[in-house]
Design a protein around this ligand. Structure first.
Ligand code: DX5
Ligand code: ZN
Length: 209
């Protein structure tokens, strides 16, 4: 029995039939849905906004794991929470006051996550780890689905698990990018808690049991 959480990413859903994609997630063993928000500035692509989150909230009770790949993420916390987000994850790289943002998310009663891109080391998170609920390790450069996992990033999962066991912190470690049947064993062996998968999940190339 796999105690890890699968979070299919609707970045790779059927955009003409979102409700069908949500049904597919519900029929799988996934309790979460990962929602990638891109602003065409922090990352070179655009995706969804609060109206889509609100529409999906009406048809499912899945946990909404919202990944904010946007500049000034704090400007958008409230609208995503009102739309139905359960967790908000922002990026380390474009924020100064990480602790303040985590507190803002907690004040709204939601889980707070922090994410790092492949070129950012785990060490920079040292002072924020006691406060985070989710640490999202990107194993591709954010912006697009269907990219190849960068194997060097997998070591970061192990580092975070080690820090957690030594310190007694409570965060969950999530991995995002290039997870399929070939790469899943690597991240499971590294001790990941949450597995995000977009293209492999929706194309039937992720066996989860
Ligand atoms: C990439 C997104 C991912 C994306 C992963 O910028 O953050 O969540 O959906 O897609 P796959 O699983 O196709 O790499
Ligand atoms: Zn994501």
């Amino acid at each position: 029995m796999n105690k890890r959480i699968l979070a299919p990413s609707i970045l790779s859903a059927d955009y003409l039939h979102f409700a069908d994609s949500i049904s597919l997630i519900e029929k799988s063993k996934a309790p979460w849905v990962h929602i990638d928000i891109m602003d065409g500035s922090f990352v070179p692509n655009f995706t969804f906004g609060p109206p889509l989150v609100k529409a999906l909230r009406k048809i499912t009770n899945l946990f909404f794991d919202v990944h904010l790949m946007v500049n000034n993420p704090q400007n958008h916390f409230e609208s995503f929470v009102q739309a139905g987000a359960d967790a908000l994850t922002f990026h380390y790289e474009n924020v100064i006051h990480h602790h303040r943002l985590i507190e803002q998310i907690h004040d709204m009663g939601k889980k707070a996550g922090i994410s790092i891109v492949p070129s950012t080391p785990v060490s920079v998170l040292q002072e924020i780890l006691p406060f985070a609920d989710i640490v999202l390790i990107m194993t591709v450069n954010p912006g697009f689905g269907g990219q190849k996992l960068i194997p060097q990033c997998v070591e970061k999962i192990k580092q975070l698990q080690q820090i957690r066991s030594e310190s007694g912190y409570n965060y969950k470690v999530s991995v995002d990018g290039g997870i399929n049947n070939q790469t899943l064993p690597l991240v499971l062996d590294a001790g990941v808690d949450i597995v995000v998968s977009g293209s492999a999940f929706f194309s039937g190339n992720l066996n989860w049991s």
